[in-house]
Design a binder for this molecule. Sequence first.
Ligand code: AMP
Length: 422
Amino acid sequence: MSPKLFQAPRGTNDILPEKQGYWRFFEATARDIAARFGYERIDTPTFEDASLFVRSVGEVTDIVEKETYTFEDRGGNLLTLRPEGTPPVGRAYLQHGMHNQPQPVRLYYLGDFFRYDRPQAGRYRQFHQFGVEVIGEAAASVDSEVIEFALLLLESLGVSEVTLLLNSIGDSHCRPAYIDRLQAYYGSRSDELVHDDCRRRLETNPLRLLDCKTDVCQPLIAAAPGSVDNLCDSCAQHWDALLGDLGALGRSYEIDKRLVRGMDYYSRTVFEIVPPDEGQQSTLGGGGRYDGLIELLGGRPTPGIGFAMGMERVMAAIQESGTPIAEDVGTKVVVAHLGDESRSAGMLLASELRRGGVAVVPAPAGRSLKSQLRYASSIRATHAVIIGDRELEKGTVVLRDLAGSEQREVGRDELRALLEGH
Ligand code: AMP
């Protein structure tokens, strides 16, 4: 009996060669937009001390309660595969003294993240995010900047049919009173809270009642008091300034009171970007202010804002939008040979050409010339270089242009000049 074939673990994806073009396009575009906005790249480790996420993402959130991959390593350290990017970036900001640099610090990252979610279309256990963080500036002008960044990036990727959903959840001055109002409202209708999770949230995390996705909760949410109607003066000014900026930038938005964050260190702006056929798993990206996070991680009180985009979801949207992805059109040569002696001459020629910057792939050994040329077409080579006994003797090769199917005999120097100058 043959052994069972392995499958990739549930909720993970192989990114096959034919899809790599989309990923390269995303990365190149993201790098370009980041440069235009003056953001610098940061890479943080794939795993961190488990307590970083417990402290920052919070024990009573779904992410830390049910979704982290946490394990003890052989030295007894409790580690967590990063479920999101902001706490590691905040940690790095403090660890490397970025708070001593001129503020704000503008950073972006791109990498894989891990959540033990129930896998379905657009929801994976290992997924990729592109994200930005602006740390050290409280003004609403950076809120509009990161939103503009996210929208311009999507536009540049050919994904422009999106809706910007926006909310402000106030700050530590006005939120407690708002939460009291929300609790009083839900308390008076608690018999309509049919889910255990929602009843529990009424006590532990009332804001999260507003982002319940179940149908029964929707009428309750629709009639609930909204946070933007309960802001203190300074939060209201911040909110007005943000809406003013977005108006000036010509960006439309929908105010959505269901957009909340459960943790105290989040404040003011919260936003999401959704495609037009909004489904639960379709949010392309989201972000918001986290003015209390850096202090929670042991730093001085420092404001911050960021967003993260799900790369798999954006990639699916790019494919749907039909954005043409440029193929690699560089010269690619297959060296075909007839006989053993010419094989070793071919190997040396390949090595020489590679040093000159040309992409060279050897044809499969021990096959007919026809089969070697078929292989060259299958890997989308632009040229074949054919060496047989006759060419070996004369010190020449046959250069075949695979697009035009023309071929001619050329000397080695001419060959290099032709291919390297391409
Ligand atoms: P969040 O950090 O939860 O705000 O997520 C930011 C973005 O990452 C979401 O809008 C999604 O596009 C993407 N995302 C979050 N969780 C997953 C997941 N499990 N699988 C794929 N994409 C995800």
